[in-house]
Design a binder for this molecule. Structure first.
Ligand code: SF4
Length: 359
């Protein structure tokens, strides 16, 4: 049996950090990530409540946005912020008895404010040039998390990265956009400005890039700017799946992107391609077929397990076919293969992973 573990720093360290804070705080903003990690949120808030009984606790983040009713019921927060509506300013102003204007310009702002000084150590610089995604893939949380696609000013994004690079001496940049390449001219401008600076960067794209937008010029800019960890989103080479799940990429576009990257000198091992495993009613043969397609194209398959996301189209199907009760967020955890069935078992997944390790 697998043991259930909760992520996070040990409780003693968290408490000793809290003890360094002023005794009286007006509010504490807590963020959250995956729905299946909600126990960590509940625990965090219960500790905060103990140490700061008079402080208002405001919960936001992915879990709060995806299942706000659950968060309201179980998190213990005073307020759960589940969207980016300007109404939140009014609610927070009333709660804290002061003027709050966090949300009023959120969809028109030219730049996102992040204070890296709050971190104990800056290990990489965050690049965020857009929020949301114009696509609405049936398995993806992006549209739920950011209903409106918004672009920041590419010039300002690059300017900030260059300032941070100088201030912190850090050359690793991580792209956090869901759709960095969608506004191709903006992406090209950002990469171009980084190149023009003459500085040396290592850029990582853990959130998949859209292969469709990697034309010759984009591939060249990616190489020159220092793209180091490349991840592309393919998910499946099955054309029916590609069409029915949202049409973000088709095999032909994918192959063109790989060809363009090869021409710039990227090697197969430099180009990781995400493949989804464990989708509702997916057969293991589909995953093997996609793996072979990716290898033949000259890239490296990266198999990721499907996690059901509440509010997405696929979640309804997942609920029907999963042997687990998906009303309980713990069962959204990809590590248990939530949509396992006789056509795709945990043993099949292990076999796939082992075969990839041998490559
Ligand atoms: S294209 Fe990517 S980010 Fe956009 S909805 Fe589809 S999976 Fe999500």
């Amino acid at each position: 049996p697998r043991k259930y573990k909760r992520y996070g720093i040990p409780e003693e360290i968290f408490i000793s950090e809290l003890e360094r804070l002023p005794e009286k705080l007006e509010a504490i903003f807590v963020t959250s990530k995956m729905t299946y990690w909600y126990h960590g949120v509940v625990k965090t808030i219960s500790i905060l409540k103990k140490y700061f009984p008079d402080t208002k606790i405001i919960l936001g983040g992915t879990y709060a946005k995806l299942i706000p009713e659950h968060a309201k019921k179980f998190s213990g927060a005073d307020i759960v912020v589940s969207d980016e509506s300007p109404d939140n300013d009014r609610i927070l102003s009333n709660l804290l008895n002061k003027d709050i204007t966090i949300f009023q310009n959120i969809h028109t702002s030219e730049y996102y404010e992040i204070d890296l000084d709050l971190l104990l150590q800056v290990r990489f610089l965050p690049l965020l040039s857009t929020t949301g995604c114009p696509f609405n893939c049936s398995y993806c949380a992006s549209r739920k998390l950011f209903p409106l696609f918004h672009s920041f000013s590419p010039g300002k994004v690059a300017e900030k990265l260059l300032q941070w690079n100088e201030k912190y001496g850090v050359r690793d940049i991580t792209i956090f956009d869901d759709a960095f390449l969608y506004k191709t001219e903006n992406a090209k401008k950002i990469l171009g400005l980084l190149i023009k600076s003459g500085r040396s960067f290592r850029i990582h794209s853990p959130n998949a890039l859209h292969p469709r937008y990697i034309d010759r010029e984009m591939a060249e800019l990616m190489k020159m700017a220092g793209l180091y960890t490349i991840r592309l989103g393919l998910e499946s080479s099955d054309i029916n799946f590609q069409k029915s799940s949202g049409g973000k990429v088709y095999n032909k576009e994918f192959l063109t992107a790989i060809k363009n990257l090869h021409k710039q000198g990227f090697k197969p091992e430099d180009i990781g391609v995400y493949i989804m495993a464990g989708l509702p009613l997916q057969k293991k043969e589909d995953v093997y077929k996609t793996i072979q397609f990716v290898i033949d194209s000259g890239a490296k398959p990266k198999v990721v397990e499907y996690s059901p996301v509440p509010g997405t189209e696929m979640f309804e199907l997942a609920k029907k076919v999963s042997p687990f009760n998906l009303d309980e967020p713990l069962f959204h955890n990809n590590s248990i293969l939530p949509c396992r069935w006789s056509g795709f078992t945990p043993d099949d997944l292990n076999e796939i992973k082992l075969s990839l390790r041998k490559q």
